[in-house]
Design a protein around this ligand. Structure first.
Ligand SMILES: NC(=O)c1ccc[n+]([C@@H]2O[C@H](COP(=O)([O-])OP(=O)(O)OC[C@H]3O[C@@H](n4cnc5c(N)ncnc54)[C@H](OP(=O)(O)O)[C@@H]3O)[C@@H](O)[C@H]2O)c1
Length: 260
């Protein structure tokens, strides 16, 4: 990932899981970091550790990216303050599992705001700076759930389908501006996502689970290479497109069983 050395990457969701491992891999590669999430203490500890270990510049911005206007605020605190962001990694996200009507409407709204709206607005703000410099890298974290409708994960999977579709279109649109857009579609990954979502991983599901480090490495290799879509893990690469091709009633039935 030599082309990312000496560049500055802004990583959202860097306080745990895939985002934390992306920060670790980037720092070891010699990429400067701006770490963003809500838990300031975790970000500070990671920033200090990575700066000491790899001699990279590490800045922390602790903020709620689900708040209205968050993207504008984050842009003002970075590019607006004279810090060029060469690499934008939109990775912060969470899921809601359970019957759609039994979850508070506010929970669906907050998730959609973080997983889709803030991600879109960050691409717009930072994408315009990248276009002016005629150089930039964007990575958005979607999910294999974006390939198929998933009952009892309906709004989450639909949101990730949005991220996937948006990223593929943007990749085509921004190529002539010197900007690459990579969409990372992880399958089940061992992170705090499961406890936040209230998801139990049992039986056959465990076979498909991947360590966050492997997912982060695959995503960053794709980012460095300018790949449009990265699906880590051979099992995910087989079942996501296969399920997508099935008739609707069959694929939603299978997805529902898999979630249970
Ligand atoms: N794990 C999986 O099985 C899996 C599968 C497919 C896709 N994904 C996607 O991968 C991405 C990373 O998730 P993960 O698995 O690494 O889960 P994770 O360990 O729970 O990490 C989620 C990250 O997002 C941050 N975040 C959540 N809400 C936020 C908010 N309102 N404002 C700012 N930051 C916020 C969290 O930090 P704070 O709590 O400190 O704010 C944390 O750093 C997500 O987009 C997720 O949808 C995960």
């Amino acid at each position: 990932m030599k082309n990312l050395q000496g560049k500055t990457a802004l990583v959202t969701g860097a306080s745990s899981g895939i985002g934390e491992d992306m920060a670790r891999v980037l720092a070891a590669n010699g990429t400067h970091l701006i770490l963003v999430a809500r838990r300031a203490e975790r970000l500070q500890a990671l920033a200090q550790e990575l700066a000491a270990a790899h001699g990279v510049r590490t800045d922390v911005i602790a903020m709620d990216l689900g708040a209205p206007g968050a993207a504008e605020v984050l842009h003002a605190r970075t590019e607006g303050a004279g810090v060029a962001v060469d690499i934008l990694i939109n990775n912060a996200g969470f899921g809601i599992k359970g019957p759609f009507l039994d979850k508070p409407v506010e929970a669906h709204r907050d998730m959609n705001r973080l997983n889709m709206e803030t991600l879109t607005e960050l691409c717009w703000h930072f994408g315009r700076d990248m276009r002016a410099r005629r150089s930039g890298w964007i990575l958005n974290t979607a999910s294999v759930g974006g390939y198929i409708p998933v009952p009892e994960f309906s709004t989450y999977a639909a949101g990730k389908a949005y991220v996937l579709s948006f990223g593929e279109a943007l990749s085509n649109e921004l190529a002539s501006d010197g900007i690459t857009v990579t969409t990372l579609c992880p399958g089940g990954t061992w992170t705090e996502f499961m406890s936040v979502t209230g998801q139990q991983v049992s039986g056959i599901q465990k076979l498909g689970m991947m360590p966050a480090r492997k997912v982060a490495e695959a995503g960053l290799r794709g980012l460095s290479a300018g790949s449009r879509v990265v699906v880590p893990g051979w099992l995910n690469r087989v079942y996501a497109p296969t399920l997508r091709a099935l008739p609707s009633s069959l694929k939603t039935g299978i997805a529902r069983l898999a979630m249970q």
